[in-house]
Every structure is written in C-alpha cells, then in structure tokens.
Design a protein around this ligand. Structure first.
Ligand code: UDP
Ligand code: MG
Length: 317
C-alpha cells in the first residue's frame, strides 16, 4: 500500500536566519517517521530578506520541498491559505518557521490522530511565560469576550500549529471568506479535535512580526468575523438610555411637585450626560463602520494572495 502523504506547510516572512535550523529539525522528524511520505511547502510571504533564495536553494536539491512565493507581503493568514491550497497530502500540518511550533511534536500528533480517530490535532501554549504581562492580560480579556459573544469556541493560547485530515482541509478551503481568521475557521468547520499543550518556546532566530497594535487590530477583525453581537450594542444601549431618560424626567417632575421652589441646577452633570451620549453614538457608528468595511472588502472579491513563483518555475529554468 502506498504511504500516506503528509504536507508540512510553513509560512515564512523574513525567516532566512531561522530556516536553516528549521530544515535541520524537520529532516530529523521526517527520518523518524518512515511510514509516511512527506512534502514540505514553504510559503514565502513577500520576504524582504533572502528567505526566497534559501527556500529555492533547498527546493533545487530536495524533491520533497515545494514552495510558493507571493508578489508582496499578504500576511500569515494568506500564507497558510496558500499552503493549504497547494497541499496534496492526505494530512496537512501548519507550523511556524521559527521553531516556536516544535516539529518534534509531529510524531506524537500523528499518533494521537490515529489513536483517537479524529480529524485534527491542535496545539496550545500551556503557559504564557516570557510574554509581557500587559499582552497576557489583553489576550485573556479577548478570549473572555469572544467566547461570550460568538457561537464558535476559541481556545485560549491556541496556536496555528495543527495537524488536519484531508477532509478537514477541504472543509477549511470551502470557506471562501476574504477576512480570514484561521483559529475561528478551524473551530467553525467542526470535526473532532484533540489538543496538546506545550510550554512557550522562544523563537530560534529573527524577530516576531507582531506588534501590540497589530495584535489588537487582529483581535478586532476576529470579533467582527465571528460575531454580530457588537451590532446589537446600539439597540440595547438605546433602550437603556431611553428608560433612563424617562426615569430622569419623572424625577424632575416629582421634585417640582413636592418642592415647588426648587430650581434645576447642574450644568456640569449635563455636560457629562451630553458627552456620554455623544460618545456612545460615535462608538455605535464606529461598530457599524467596522462591519460595513468588512462587507465592502468581501464584495470586492479580491484574491487572498498573488503568487509570483513556485517550485515549478525552477524546473522550467
Ligand atoms: N508570518 C508570515 N507572514 C507575516 C507574518 C508572519 O508568513 O506577515 C509567519 C512567520 O514567518 C512565522 C509565523 O508566521 O513563521 C509566525 O510569525 P511570528 O513568529 O512573527 O509570530 P509569533 O510567533 O511571534 O506570534
Ligand atoms: Mg513565532
């Protein structure tokens, strides 16, 4: 019987310094799993360093290595999608190039997938050691909020490192939304998933591409992509404020009746109320704007990425 093929998908953005370490690790893993065939797909996400040359060089020597190179930087989500689209394997696994997703876990993940007969083995960080406390705090708040307002279950500390069966990959690819948020998509498609946790590991070389602001925007995108609850905030706030204004009016009328000589004072509190209501209105318009902008981008139907080169171009040279 032919060996089952595992596609290893590696999104790479400016990873020239980390890739040699990655090659070494993945070679060890491939050697330790002789019962499977492998293909490794490196997705060069418009890197500005020599990532493409490093990958090209490897592909020219190693028939198991494939690559897709983008015309510019499209982001990790697009890189993962490109990898999944070109994967031919019976299984696909996505892992980072910086060894923060240890390739050595793959045999254990494969074993678990076979034993539990599930379609996906996902990983999460067991702790947030080495992360700035403010980042951990925001991450905790984010997971708290999104799990309350979305039907999809988001696992705190979940990584994109995930092994999937072909039918799960096909399900993920059938989701054709432009604003992709893979953690949500993986959860949305369902299928039985087993979780493995491992401690936070520092990247082997190079530096992270995530700024705090970048992560913040990413979490807003996720909320917009997987929940419509914020859209109803304005209705609830409107009802609340309406009831409050009736109560306030009643209080003033009753006071006028009970103590006729009392005068209405308090412009400071009035200003506060005006600012509060004005702020709330802007917030609600802002929320509408977020959803509208996403809808606008979806209707344009732009491709998620543009491919500039693949390993097939090497053969034609
Ligand atoms: N990455 C990518 N495109 C980007 C940003 C990142 O393909 O625009 C890749 C990057 O090369 C790495 C993975 O995504 O393999 C995770 O990125 P990073 O290590 O910067 O994120 P962190 O681990 O710090 O969350
Ligand atoms: Mg990393």
């Amino acid at each position: 019987m032919a060996k089952k093929l595992i596609s290893v998908i590696v999104p790479c953005y400016n990873e020239a310094s980390a890739l040699p370490y990655f090659f070494e690790e993945i070679d060890k893993v491939i050697a330790s799993m002789p019962e499977y065939a492998f293909e490794a797909i490196y997705v060069d996400d418009g890197s500005a360093d020599s990532t493409l040359e490093v990958v090209r060089e490897r592909a020219s020597k190693d028939p198991q290595t494939r690559y897709v190179s983008f015309s510019r930087n499209f982001g990790k989500e697009s890189a993962m999608l490109a990898g999944l689209k070109s994967a031919k394997g019976d299984y696909a696994v996505i892992m980072d190039a910086d060894l923060q997703d240890p390739p050595s876990l793959l045999p254990e993940m494969m074993k678990l997938l076979n034993e539990k007969k599930c379609d996906s083995v996902a990983t999460r960080r067991g702790n947030r050691k080495g992360e700035p406390p403010i980042r951990s705090l925001f991450a905790r708040c984010f997971y708290g909020i999104i799990n309350k307002i979305s039907n999809v279950k988001f696992v705190s500390g979940a990584r994109d490192y995930r092994l999937m069966s072909r039918r799960m990959v096909d399900a993920v690819l059938s989701m054709c939304e432009y604003n992709r948020f893979s953690k949500g998509i993986f959860a949305w498609v369902g299928f039985k998933t087993e979780w493995i946790s491992y401690p936070n590991i520092k990247r082997v070389a190079g530096k992270t591409k995530w700024s705090f602001w970048g992560l913040f925007k990413y979490s807003i995108d996720c909320i917009v992509a997987f929940s419509t609850v914020p859209l109803s905030v304005s209705s609830y706030a409107g009802i609340g404020l309406f009831l409050l204004s009736i109560l306030g009016s009643l209080a003033i009328i009753i006071r006028k009746i009970v103590v006729p000589e009392s005068s209405v004072t308090g412009w400071a509190s009035l200003i506060c109320v005006i600012l509060f209501v004005g702020g709330l209105q802007l917030l609600c318009i802002g929320i509408l704007g977020q959803y509208l902008s996403k809808t606008y981008m979806e209707t344009k139907r732009r491709p998620d990425f543009i491919v500039a080169e693949t390993e097939n171009d090497l053969k034609n040279d």
